[in-house]
Design a protein around this ligand. Structure first.
Ligand code: IPE
Ligand code: IPE
Ligand code: MG
Length: 289
């Protein structure tokens, strides 16, 4: 099967599992959770987790609870990120953000519920005996990377930083935490469950770090194209800091670095290569893309 089709199949499997989890009730709370989750996300983190698991011979069925948990955490973070007290964004994926559709109070709770559900899903995953200590490691890794020293630590830096005075190093530090953390956790969940060697884990961390930074720079490039005439940046943005040309160069260099980490570790995963290269496809608002 062609790589594009394999990715589509995996995305469908993730979608099915997320539907199973989120259509079990029809309360307004669940409606708000579904509004956030089923609005056209790329499912990038679950795809990374499934691809990483595959590198170590793990089946899709085994990886799915972890892949979906990562997507639930991601979606909770987006609901809270869009709130007026944070980025104050009325739209997410071209649709009204959760608080615009359901109100701030319900959006807050929908985010809380998605986060909590992620841990319910992982702890409930029934696995063979030998996987149990590995599962504990994965839950520990994901909680750390999603928390105050990972993604939330990055969100804190994002809202407290002075966007104009930021150095390149500070920007990387922030992006690595706010966006890189969950991406690295996605890759490590496959590696830890698959009992990867420490050098393989390290290479996947390197790949994840580079992909995470590339991902944020790409997001900033697309964001800057949209905001051009609208409002100036109140939070750090790679285009505002480095200029469009340099931001694009950095993105390419990071994707190359990610591919190199895979090669060095001899992790022959067409999917991980494909997902990194996908980051070079985006709309930047200038015709040279
Ligand atoms: C957007 O993430 C927020 C960042 C961490 C940069 P994605 O681009 O993965 O969002 P969706 O889920 O595909 O909409
Ligand atoms: C969101 O980052 C990161 C998290 C929610 C952890 P951004 O604020 O840069 O992403 P968008 O532009 O809202 O998607
Ligand atoms: Mg935002």
């Amino acid at each position: 099967m062609k790589i594009e089709n394999r990715i589509i199949q995996k995305k469908k499997a993730v979608e099915r599992e997320l539907k199973r989890l989120l259509y079990r009730e029809n309360s307004v709370l669940f409606q708000a959770m579904r509004h956030a989750v089923f609005s056209g996300g790329k499912r990038f983190r679950p795809l990374l987790a499934l691809a990483s698991g595959e590198c170590f011979g793990l089946s899709e069925r085994l990886m799915l609870p972890f892949a979906c948990a990562l997507e639930l955490i991601h979606n909770y973070s987006l609901i809270h990120d869009d709130l007026p007290a944070m980025d104050d964004d009325d739209f997410r994926r071209g649709k009204p953000s959760c608080h615009k559709a359901y109100g701030e109070d319900i959006a807050l709770l929908a985010g809380d519920s998605l986060l909590t559900m992620a841990f319910e899903v992982m702890s409930r995953a029934s696995l063979e005996e030998k996987f149990l200590p590995r599962k504990e490691k994965v839950i520990n890794e994901i909680s750390q990377m999603a928390g105050s020293e990972g993604m939330i630590g990055g969100q804190f830096m994002d809202i407290t930083a002075s966007p104009d005075k930021m150095t390149e190093e500070e920007y990387y530090d922030l992006a690595l935490k706010k966006t890189g953390s969950l991406i690295i956790a996605s890759l490590k969940s496959g590696a830890l469950l698959g009992n990867a060697s420490s050098s393989q884990v390290k290479s996947l961390e390197e790949y994840g770090g580079a992909v995470g930074l590339a991902f944020q720079i790409r997001d900033d490039i697309m964001d800057s194209a949209e905001r051009e005439k609208e409002k100036s940046f109140t939070c750090p943005n790679a285009v505002a800091l480095f200029g469009l040309k340099e931001a694009k160069e950095k993105l390419r260099t990071l994707v190359d670095k990610a591919l190199q980490s895979l090669e060095e570790a001899r992790l022959d995963s067409e999917e991980l290569r494909f997902l990194a290269l996908k980051l070079l496809e985006y709309k930047s608002g200038d015709e040279n893309g």
